[in-house]
Design a protein. Sequence first.
Length: 231
Amino acid sequence: MMMMMMMMDFNNTPNKKKALALPYKKSLEIALKNIRARFLRSLITCATLALAISFLSYVKVSVNIANGLLSSENRLYQAKLIKAGFDLNMEDTTVLSSSKQQWLILLSFMVCIVGIINSQLMAVTERYREIGTMKCLGALDRFIIRIFFLETSIQGFVSSITGAFMGIFFAVFNAFFFISKDVLKLMPCDDIAISAIYCIAAGVLLNIAGSLYPVIAAAKMQPVKAMRIDR
């Protein structure tokens, strides 16, 4: 009864565009509320992405650190890097990530995307009636997309930053204790900062890519069908 009255009020509104308007601040509040309501699932999704990004960050920062050591032209560092497992010859002056590492990064990203898609589809399934109610009250497809994308962007940004700094920490820790304690003096901070930004951007894009299909599925849902589902 209450919903019917709200819909009647909406139909009697002289300016329907105003009734459909949803401020970005309100969208953000709804997104944060939904994340808190499903905190455990959001945490698991963020952990999956953070681990994938931490591995990418670890590989890239390890290469940055190795190149910083090689720039000193000290043969001792070259020998230690070779002993540590870097694909490097004594005459090489730079290090690149190996093809094995690149394949591992790709596989971790694929697993991460599958996990994100699964988690977001479950979130959409749980919220059929909520989405149906919003659509019955006049919410357009872009409002639904905005709310879901705000949720996924927040999760992706937080987990990407966490993963990037985890990778930096473990790369520096490994280099300091297993290669040379001079790594802190020769560490290329500018290159590491660029690698961190790259990893954060990759994480956000990865999360958005994994959420794309579930978000579109939620936006295209028919309100009548959604309201019929018993949840």
